[in-house]
Design a protein around this ligand. Structure first.
Ligand code: CA
Length: 226
C-alpha cells in the first residue's frame, strides 16, 4: 500500500478507537503504528521518523498521555494531538502547556481528527523550525518560527489557535474575512465547529493585545485587520 504521507503513531489503549483512527489515516496515505501504552508509544516515536503523534491522555501502565507529551517534547518538535475522554479545561490547558499542538475531546469524529492532522502538518510545513520569519504589525512582532508575539513591553503568551488566527489575519491584512473563511483558514476545512469559536478567539486576542491589534468588526461579514 502506498504511504506517501509518512508515519503517524497512535497511542491509545482502546482498540476500537485506535483501529478507527488508524483506518482513516491509512486511507489518507499515512503509515500508522498503533501502540497501546505510553512507553511503547514513546519508544516508537523516537525510533521511527515520525510526522505526528496522536496520544490519549488516559493510558494504562507507567506513563499517561501528559508524560508522553513531556518526554516527546524533551526530544524534539514532533507535532502532537492529545485525546481526552472529558471536556476538562485543566486537561486542555495542561496538554497545551506541555507542548501539544491540538486537543480533541471524546467523543470525536475520526474524520474531524484526520482533518486536524492535515491542518497541523500544513502549518508545521508553512513555518518550519530553523527558518523563522518575523512579521511586524504596528508595534507587534509576530515570530512565526518561535510562535511568539512581542510588544515593546515584552512577549505576550498566546494559545496555539490564537497565534494561528493572528498569523492568518496578518497574512490577509486589509481583507474583510468572514467567520467561515477564518474557520477554514485557521481550523482547517474539516473542522465543523460553530462560527462563535472565531468570536471567542478574537475576544481573547483583543484582550491580550489591546490597542496594538488594529482589528475591526465588519458587520454582517466578520473581521478585518487594518
Ligand atoms: Ca485510553
Amino acid at each position: 500500500m502506498d504511504e506517501p504521507n509518512g508515519t503517524v503513531i497512535v497511542i491509545e489503549d482502546d482498540a476500537h478507537i485506535s483501529d478507527l483512527v488508524a483506518a482513516y489515516l491509512r486511507r489518507d496515505g499515512f503509515r500508522v503504528l498503533q501502540r497501546p501504552d505510553g512507553l511503547a508509544g514513546v519508544d516508537s516515536a523516537l525510533a521511527e521518523p515520525t510526522r505526528l503523534v496522536i496520544v490519549d491522555v488516559g493510558l494504562p501502565g507507567e506513563i499517561d498521555g501528559f508524560e508522553v507529551c513531556r518526554r516527546l517534547r524533551r526530544e524534539g518538535a514532533v507535532p502532537i494531538i492529545m485525546l481526552t475522554a472529558r471536556d476538562d479545561e485543566i486537561d486542555r490547558v495542561l496538554g497545551l502547556e506541555l507542548g501539544a499542538d491540538d486537543y480533541v475531546t471524546k467523543p470525536f469524529s475520526a474524520r474531524e481528527l484526520v482533518a486536524r492532522v492535515h491542518a497541523i502538518l500544513r502549518r508545521s510545513e508553512a513555518a518550519p523550525v530553523g527558518t523563522p520569519t518575523v512579521l511586524t504589525l504596528g508595534d507587534l512582532e509576530i515570530d512565526m518560527g518561535r510562535r511568539e508575539v512581542r510588544t515593546p513591553a515584552g512577549t505576550i503568551p498566546l494559545a496555539n489557535r490564537e497565534f494561528d488566527l493572528l498569523a492568518f489575519l496578518v497574512a490577509n491584512k486589509g481583507l474583510a474575512l468572514s467567520r467561515q473563511q477564518l474557520l477554514n483558514g485557521v481550523w482547517g476545512d474539516g473542522w465543523y465547529g460553530d462560527e462563535r469559536t472565531v468570536d471567542v478567539h478574537v475576544r481573547q486576542l483583543r484582550k491580550k493585545l489591546g490597542p496594538s491589534l488594529p482589528l475591526t468588526t465588519v458587520w454582517g461579514v466578520g473581521y478585518r485587520l487594518a
